[in-house]
Design a protein around this ligand. Structure first.
Ligand code: TZD
Ligand code: CA
Length: 529
């Protein structure tokens, strides 16, 4: 039986469990979507920035790949900001874009994606446009496996729309059932050497990154921390939460400056960094990278992260496998266990008809059910969040991995789509919300029961912090007054209310948790410079 390129491609997607398609279509994409299979679902996003971030949230929350279909160059361009996040979260996004028919690309007909493979570079792992229609199924297969092999990451395929009705080569039948697997285990010698280094350390510290959480290796990290009686920091610019935040070893998120990191790590003879770059610095505060007497050993699946580190011994290996091995093979230390953490400090109170961010997180800690997933894109409230929250399950926290705003709101929708048994709450700044606002419509359209909390402080709070750090004084463009998120949300079809006290917030949250559809709560929050 002969099959079209379309049928063969759909079969490859089906076998790889890529039956959810996040997209925003145009004329170039319609022939791909023709005869849409009944076992597939199409999740329409109204802007490609929201489409890609929804897929990113879905991929990260599910631990699987996600499939994206964008419109030519313009749709791909709209997705580019979100793509920067997917790169640093190592999200295996298989991004496709419709191309003009083959014979019309050269003359640059409308919607020709000129030099399509260059467009998403340097962000994607791999970018391709098959040289003939018959190679489309194999290219899609290659894209899926490339995205998923370590280090995971987004890939891009541009497909001329006259390819879909062509006959697929008979040999394409081998593609759908293909599997690839990476064996990245340490050799016995390497494992022993690493365990010896940890056993010999007098005062080791662990720095854990997003890949620990992405690899479902959190429990092994806990076992290792217990064996070493070592403090644990989350690597700077945290995009996920790899360690329980109320465990006696937990020390918080490392600040993101050269000077602060070396000062905090000073006095430790060994720093084991797992599943993060060394390091993802942000604000430039020069200093020593590392004090003398401190040594770094680094484990990552990403050879690029290993190669570009400015110091330390890097091992490119599976994070899960390495942590599992170490949790078993490292000796229980004779050092005393660390003392239990002090109680969570009382939340500061908001004034002038506003809720303090501490209080928002206190309400979430006490009211949200166990296992709630938090997507956060409220940039000025990080310290308060990590102090107030009690996160103890894998996959409980997601933050835009490149710092590109517009992730939070759609990723909340995507993560909720991936979770039937965990509620997803997006904590989104009144600035950030606008970059991904159209995802509200998708939540309403498909009745995806996530909850959006909009932290409305009227300003780009984090930039006010930065203007102090950089000494730039009062600059233009820092305030966002006059946004009414209840009206905006209602306009997109999501039920919404506005609160300005802790009690009202708690009542609204309880109501939202009881609802079977999406809800938005606008919270008047206090901004503290
Ligand atoms: N545009 C994009 C796509 N990403 C960005 N990171 C920025 C602009 C710059 N930016 C930040 O890095 S933080 C921030 C901006 C505009 C302010 C976010 O304001 P918010 O949160 O209201 O969401 P806070 O808590 O008030 O800082
Ligand atoms: Ca704000």
């Amino acid at each position: 039986m002969t099959r079209t390129v379309r049928r063969e491609t759909m079969e490859i997607l089906r076998q790889n469990k890529l039956t959810t398609i996040f997209g925003n279509p145009g004329s170039n994409e319609l022939p791909f979507l023709q005869d849409f299979p009944e076992d597939f679902q199409y999740i329409l996003g109204l802007h490609e920035g929201a489409v890609i971030s929804m897929a990113d949230g879905y991929a990260q929350a599910s631990g699987a790949a996600a499939f994206v279909n964008l419109h030519a160059a313009s749709g791909s361009g709209n997705a580019m900001g979100g793509l920067t996040n997917a790169v640093y979260s190592h999200s295996p996004l298989v991004i496709t874009a419709g191309q003009q028919v083959r014979s019309m690309v050269g003359l640059e007909a409308m919607l020709a994606n000129v030099d399509a493979t260059s467009l998403p570079k340097p962000l994607v792992k791999w970018s391709a446009e098959p040289l003939c229609a018959e190679d489309v199924p194999r290219s899609i297969s290659q894209a899926i496996h490339t995205a998923l092999l370590p280090a995971k990451g987004p890939v891009y395929v541009s497909i001329p729309y006259d390819d879909w009705d062509k006959t697929a080569p008979a040999e394409a039948r081998h593609l759908a059932g293909r599997t690839t697997v990476a064996a990245q285990a340490l050799s016995a010698d390497q494992a022993q050497e690493l365990a010896d280094v940890l056993n010999a350390a007098a005062n080791p510290v662990l720095v854990l990154g997003p890949e620990v959480d992405a690899d479902y290796a959190n429990d092994f990290a806990v076992a290792l921390a217990d064996k070493l009686a070592a403090p644990v920091w989350i690597a700077p610019s945290a995009s996920r939460c790899p360690f329980p935040t109320r465990h006696r070893s937990f020390r918080g998120v490392l600040p993101a400056s050269i000077k602060d990191i070396s000062e905090i790590l000073d006095g430790h003879d060994l720093v084991l960094v797992v599943g993060a770059p060394v390091f993802r610095y942000h604000q430039y505060v020069p200093g020593e990278y590392l004090k003398s007497g401190t040594r770094i050993v680094h484990v990552t699946s990403d050879a690029g992260e290993a190669a570009r580190a400015p110091m330390g011994h890097s091992i490119v290996a599976s994070v899960l496998g390495t942590l599992r091995t170490l949790a078993e093979s490292v000796r229980q230390t004779a050092r005393p266990q660390l003392p239990a953490l002090p109680d969570i400090p009382a939340a500061s109170e908001g004034c002038f008809d506003s809720v303090h961010p501490d209080e928002v997180f206190e309400v979430l800690r006490t009211t949200a059910p166990a296992g709630t997933v938090f997507v956060k894109e409220s940039t000025s409230t990080s310290a308060s969040f990590w102090q107030q929250m009690d996160l103890n399950r894998q996959g409980s926290y997601f933050f835009p991995a490149s710092g590109g705003l517009g992730f939070g709101l759609p990723a909340t929708v995507g993560a909720q789509l991936a979770h039937e048994d965990r509620r997803v709450i997006g904590i989104i700044g009144d600035g950030s919300a606008n970059y991904g606002i159209t995802a509200l419509w998708t939540a309403a359209r498909y009745n995806i029961p996530c909850i959006f909390l909009i932290m409305k402080n009227g300003t780009y709070g984090a930039l006010r912090g930065f203007s102090k750090l950089l000494g730039t004084g009062e600059t233009p463009g820092l305030d966002v007054p006059g946004l009414d998120f209840v009206q905006i949300s209602s306009g997109y079809g999501v039920a919404a209310e506005s609160v300005s006290t802790k009690e009202a917030l708690q009542a609204a949250l309880i109501k939202a948790l009881e609802s079977h559809g999406p809800s938005l709560i606008e919270i008047h929050t206090q901004f503290e410079a």
